[in-house]
Design a protein around this ligand. Structure first.
Ligand code: SAM
Length: 384
């Protein structure tokens, strides 16, 4: 049982709110009502302030905030970033620019994932990305600490989560290391969930889940397309399943994060036309499809003005409206990035532009293939 930190009313309010946001499982609602989220935010969090040059992360310290306000903030259904570029919020002396590297994710998102993973009494669960430990605590509350193992790669984040979990009365198995490679050879988990995004399914996830068990993870890429994969593991080292309809996003697992942005050149390359509007990439499903065609490209820009950059090869594609209507595309480098995107989008359109659950993933020893329609349908190799 989680200890009380004077937050009972706030917890119950948050639990009630999740029930209005499509969370149907009473056991998860009860877990949210029981776990004091303020314990998991530690001594400080970062607030995103819009600045002239992008977001600035301003530290908010617990000891400079009234206890009532801190409890209210902690139990909002929002993500609280706790680390930016490796700097913990409690160590920050001023606002920082940079990218979040750890957080307590929006509770409604975390609980949606836990629900979609179809976790049941008695399940042994492996979580990748302990973060603050809040989602780990929900799992412990629901299943008992003995059923839960969680892996966090950042030692400072992991130490803070361990303290919070102990304070809340939970004692799951906690491992510090890269959850994409470290594994326990004797493990046989029923469920694996990841609260960080991956570009492909790491092999060691499959080794650690029993035949018939499941992997639930956000599958993402550098074009910004993300889907939620829910895969059933076979007894022969394979895994497969359709993507779910939920749209959600988690920060990348660190080894899968995009490399630093390459330079790109303007007005270079040929200028062929294109069959598709570049603005189609503003649609999340289309962006996911485009990413299948160009899996190591990043996207900058929106609307008609898009830049695709492939960091590995330096290939680039830029789009702009053509003076006489339509669009001009300049492509440069060994990969024809726009052609690859256009082919993938055309294949999807020929199938009637179905939503994300029309796609699925097949993981075999030969590779990882996203298919459209059925496992024998058109498919794209993931960069595994
Ligand atoms: C979005 S946060 C986790 C949210 C958390 N479960 C919560 O309380 O809501 C993602 C976490 O994954 C961790 N992470 C990133 N890559 C990882 C990896 N390869 N192995 C283990 N943890 C990783 C990050 O350090 C970060 O703490």
């Amino acid at each position: 049982m989680a200890m009380s930190s004077g937050s009972t009313g706030h917890r119950q309010e948050l639990a009630g709110l999740l029930a209005t946001k499509g969370i149907t499982g009473p056991r998860w609602i009860q877990a949210v009502a029981a776990v004091p989220r303020d314990l998991f935010l530690g001594e400080a969090v970062f607030h995103p302030d819009a600045g002239a040059e992008g977001i600035l992360w301003r530290p908010i310290r617990r000891d400079r905030t009234s206890s009532g306000e801190w409890l209210r903030m902690a139990h909002e259904d929002r993500t609280w970033v706790t680390q930016v570029d490796g700097i913990m919020a409690e160590d920050a002396t001023q606002a920082l620019s940079g990218a979040p590297t750890s957080s307590s994710t929006l509770p409604s998102l975390v609980v949606t994932m836990l629900e979609r993973a179809r976790i049941a009494d008695g399940d042994r669960v492996l979580e990748i990305g302990t973060g603050t430990g809040y989602s780990t605590a929900l799992l412990c509350e629901r299943l008992g600490s003995g059923q839960v193992t969680s892996v966090e790669c950042d030692p400072a984040v992991a130490a803070r989560a361990r303290t919070a979990l102990e304070t809340a009365g939970h004692t799951p198995a906690l491992t510090v290391g890269d959850g994409l490679t470290v594994h326990d050879r004797d493990a046989e988990y029923d469920r694996l969930i990841a609260t960080c995004s991956v570009r492909y399914i790491p092999a060691c996830w499959i080794w650690q889940v029993r035949g018939g068990g499941t992997i639930t993870a956000p599958l993402s890429g550098w074009l910004g397309g993300t889907v939620l994969a829910h895969l059933t593991v076979g007894s022969d080292g394979t895994a497969g399943g359709r993507f779910l309809a939920d749209s959600l996003s988690f920060m990348f697992a660190r080894p899968h994060d995009r490399p630093s942005r390459a330079h790109y050149l303007l007005n270079i390359g040929e200028q062929p036309g294109t069959r598709i509007s570049p603005a189609v990439l503003d649609d999340p499903a289309a962006r996911f499809v485009a990413q299948l065609g160009a899996p190591s490209a990043e996207k900058l820009g929106t609307g008609d003005h898009v830049v695709l950059l492939d960091v590995a090869t330096g290939s680039q594609a830029t789009t702009e409206p053509a003076p006489d209507g339509g669009w001009r595309v300049r492509q440069h480098g060994p990969l024809r990035l726009w052609d690859a995107v256009e082919d993938a989008i055309s294949t999807w359109r020929e199938a009637g532009s179905p939503p994300v659950p029309a796609f699925g993933l097949a993981v075999t020893r030969e590779g990882q293939r996203v298919w459209l329609g059925c496992p024998d349908g058109p498919s794209w190799q993931l960069p595994a």
